[in-house]
Design a protein around this ligand. Sequence first.
Ligand SMILES: [Zn+2]
Ligand SMILES: [Zn+2]
Length: 260
Amino acid sequence: MILFDTHAHLHLPEFDADRAEVLARARTAGVHGFLTVGIDAEDSAKAVALAEAAPDVWAAVGIHPHEAAGADEAALETVRRLALGSARVVAIGETGLDYYRNLSPRSAQLEAFRRQLALARELGRPVVVHCREAHADVLGMLREERVGEVGGIMHCFSGDAAAARSCLDLGLGISLAGPVTYPNARKLPEVVRAVPLEWLLVETDCPFLPPQPYRGKRNEPAWMVHTAGQVAAFKGVSFAELAVRLTENARRLLRLPPAE
Ligand SMILES: [Zn+2]
Ligand SMILES: [Zn+2]
C-alpha cells in the first residue's frame, strides 16, 4: 500500500520530540510521501530544512491567511528565495482566505493571497490553498490570478459539490482531511462522489484534525489510513485502488518525478 500525505506540518514544534518515530510509523502504515507545508516565512524555512533531510518529504513555502498581517515585502521575498533555493520546494502555500477565524484582517488576507498566486505563476509552481468560510472570494481570486496556469490543491476541502466542481475547472485537486471521517461530515460524502477519482487527494493536516478514532489527540500521518478508508468507502472503490490512484494524483499535481 502506498499513500501520499498531501498536507502535513511535520516541521512544527509539536513533532520535535519524536519526529523520526512519527515518520517511521507513517512509512510502516504505508505512507510513503509527505508534503510539509509552511505557514509563515520563518516556518517555511523549517519546512525546507526537513524536506532537504528526508527523501520522501517535499516542502511548500508560503504565508497562511492567519499570518497574512505579517506578509510584508521582506516576508514575501523570503518565501520567494526559499522557493528558488531548493529543489525540494515543489509548491507555494499554504495561502488562501479564512473568514471563519479572521485572525488577520480580510484586506491583508486578500493581498497576501494575490501576491502568492502571482509568485506561484512567476515560478511555475502549483499552489496549496486554504479556504474556510470564504469559497466565493477564494474562487474569484483564483480565477482573477489565473491559477489554471499552475494548478494546485484545495486542502482540507470543506465546501459543497458545486464549489468542488469550480475548483476542478481551475485545475485544482480536492484534498480530504480528517473531517471526512466525522459523523457530521455533512457535504463531504457528496463531494467525494462528485469529484472524479483522478482529482481526489488525502491529507492529515497534522498535528491538527485527527480522524474520528483519534479526535482530541495530536494527529500524525500513520492515521491517514482512516481518512483514505472513508474516502474509498464513499467512492465505492477498494482501498488498494484508491491508494494507488491518489498517490498518482499527488505526484502529478505536485509535479514530482515518477516513484521508483
Ligand atoms: Zn489550512
Ligand atoms: Zn495546513
